[in-house]
Design a binder for this molecule. Structure first.
Ligand SMILES: [Zn+2]
Ligand SMILES: [Zn+2]
Length: 311
């Protein structure tokens, strides 16, 4: 059965037999659609279909398998989020309604209810009219200017190994390091529509926040960022199995943060990807022709290097 739906950006889509198609062009008598994996980076699929009076004719076949549960999940989430924008029902009711007819297999691959609730709230917030930035009748309360002991902050590295500092539910980027102190700015400095001008100075064992934030703190999301950063940095420097790394890093993490994290499968896939990328860099120095496809390859290369080092 052909099921039409709209993408997040209101692009027209339809699902059929475990595949999803995007509208390419509409004619008075028929319409042309292409597989949504056409722009997939790994393996672009050239499948095309023509829709004529509800009849679908396949012009080019797919180069990948159908995935019914993935398609079901996409349509369910899509309907849920569209519904959230037009209804005023609480997220829990919307989610329950959306899941009524879902298959167990689909339910198993859905994000957690907390993640769906957070997405619903985010979408609804985005629909709210922007508040004027110079409203004088409503003074902003951000009592975040002041001093903190250095140990109140958590320091970690961004994906690109830049210095980051988590403090009181906010994240700062390292701007510049001097002999006796360092300057930090809120990572929302380049945020749209409203830049945050918060700044902090770290000197000796004290952090002074010089300019306060123009947005709320978000401790759970800061914690989540720290956990993921730890996990991925560790993945690059160790050869432990992803499942062990994940278990190690999740130790002592609060349930609230755990629930907001990506699924273990997604984290394991990210670890493997990061390792592949890291190996690509190493590899240039080792051998210009070798490509590592798996962790096993890396282990083999390391063993080879160890042997070469021995006289
Ligand atoms: Zn395809
Ligand atoms: Zn800020």
């Amino acid at each position: 059965m052909v099921e039409f739906f709209l993408s997040e950006r209101d692009g027209r889509k339809f699902a059929l037999d475990g595949y999803i198609y995007n509208l390419e062009r509409e004619y008075p008598t028929h319409s042309c659609w292409f597989c949504e994996k056409r722009h997939s980076k790994e393996d672009s699929c050239k499948a095309r279909v023509v829709l004529n009076n509800g009849e679908v004719s396949i012009k080019v076949e797919h180069n990948h398998d159908a995935d019914y549960f993935y398609v079901e999940k996409r349509i369910l989430l899509n309907k849920l989020y569209k519904q959230a924008e037009i209804s005023k029902d609480p997220p829990s009711k919307l989610i329950n309604d959306a899941m009524v007819d879902a298959t167990e297999a689909c339910k198993a691959v859905l994000p957690s209810k907390e993640v769906m609730t957070a997405n619903i709230c985010r979408r609804r917030r985005m629909l709210l009219p922007e508040r004027p930035t110079t409203s004088s009748d409503e003074p902003k309360e951000r009592p975040i200017v002041g001093t903190y002991p250095k140990k109140a902050a958590h320091f970690f590295l961004s994906k690109r190994s830049r210095g980051k500092m988590a403090l009181d539910g906010y994240i700062f980027n390292l701007e510049r390091e001097y002999a006796t102190y360092s300057n930090w700015y809120c990572e929302n400095r380049h945020a749209t529509p409203e830049k945050c001008r918060a700044r902090a100075v770290l000197q000796d064992d004290e952090i002074s926040v010089k300019v306060g934030h123009n947005h709320d703190s978000d401790q759970p999301s800061v914690e989540k960022r720290i956990v993921l950063s730890k996990l991925y940095k560790q993945a690059e420097s160790s050869v432990e199995a992803p499942s062990n790394l994940i278990a190690e890093v999740l130790e002592g993490v609060s349930d609230e943060v755990k629930k907001s994290l990506p699924s273990k499968e997604v984290m394991a896939a990210s670890i493997s990807r990061k390792r592949r990328l890291a190996h690509k860099d190493d590899q240039k120095e080792l051998d210009n022709t070798e490509i590592f496809d798996s962790e096993l390859d890396l282990v083999n290369v390391i063993n080879k290097l160890i042997k070469e080092e021995q006289p």
